[in-house]
Design a binder for this molecule. Sequence first.
Ligand code: PMP
Length: 456
Amino acid sequence: MTTVTIDREHLKKLYAEEEALFLKNHPKCKEAFEKAKNSLLDGVPMHWMKKWTGGHPLFVQQAKGGHFTDLDGHKYIDFCLGDTGSMTGHSPDAVVDFVSQQLRNGITYMLPNENAIWVGDELKKRFGLPYWQVAVSATDANRFTLRIARHITKRPKVLVFNYCYHGTVDEAFITLGEDGQPQCRSTNIGPQTNPVNTTKVVEFNDVEGLEKALADRDVAAVLCEPAMTNIGIVMPQPGFLEKLRELTTKYGTLLIIDETHTISAGSGGCTKEWNLKPDLFTIGKAIGSGVPTAVYGLSEEVANRLRSALNLEGIDVGGIGGTLAGNALSVAAMRATLEHILTPENYEYTIGLAKKFCEGVEQVIADYKLPWIVKRLGCRTEYWFRPAEPVNGGEAAEVCDFELDQYMHLYALNRGILMTPFHNMALICVNHTMEDVEVHTRVFRESVEALLNVNK
Ligand code: PMP
């Protein structure tokens, strides 16, 4: 098959045109951005928000369901959905109603209430682990499970996969260098210690490397996603997750599964879909429809070991917890989200639509013989500028094409579609429609035609 190559000069020119169009169409967002610079560092409340295409971020006026409107009055189909935080659709009515009641009845009191029991019971049913705790963010849930693992195994190290992302967890900012040796991730800001001292890193799907790293019996836990998502979707090869379970058990290492993104796979995440048996489990973001919250689950054995290794007097200054963790507002948001939004019926709809999304993109790729592929994990989809699936994070990182990503992103944005920056990821929520998907397919086709200079 003959394939196309991208003319880089043409790509630069197209990007400049898109940027000019963006600036022309967003004077109010631009004005807000300039005003914000007076008090917010570089004009944004959190520095990642600088990483949008177009010269400045959009400022949001209102968001509901699968759409939002910016200050300039443009309406967007939102396939980014707060990078999974709003995978439920923005402000679902059932969540808003329930959380509003809770807002009037106490937001936080450092005491449990009956909603927490409902949430615990539901999590137990969905994911299979018997005991649960609440944290404020997925990062925290991951940090806490790593602490628990080190505390009860009395082992110093943890293990992650190359190019993983588990939030701002210090131990996870490690990659394999070109020489195959572990090194601090080059983007790591002010590491408190070089993660090489705390962490082992191997490639996803590398059974041999994994066994070698675990065999020293100094690894407290493996922290992983069941399919990698943050360097693009990298699926486990057949048998890999079984091997991971077998080897962690063999060497006395605990297995922590982070389903913060992979909950796209279904109402019980990959843990339920693929019958995984983690020792510890974490999830944040969408579980509260975007209200900050997260949970972690513990197996019977881990719970027993933890109970006997904690002392009540010092429990509040042990490095696990947080004043606002388990607050009534977050717990109410989780109850309503689990009860009404992240339901099997809704997944059936969103996964069906995600398949349609992929079919549309695949058709364009086939029509123009592009050396690209589309990936999907449940209602999460993305297109990749490479001809074959990567097997691990290292391979996936090699083919990142930031220039092309930025162009595709901005082209879509200028035509009313927000994709997730900057890998071209789209999440489908229950409020999206076939029409939204068709708009994307059309715009995607047009962006490709502009890129290939196709005269129509
Ligand atoms: N786990 C995974 C798999 C994630 O992708 C992320 C964030 N993208 C986190 C944990 C951390 O989430 P948060 O930033 O909300 O703490």
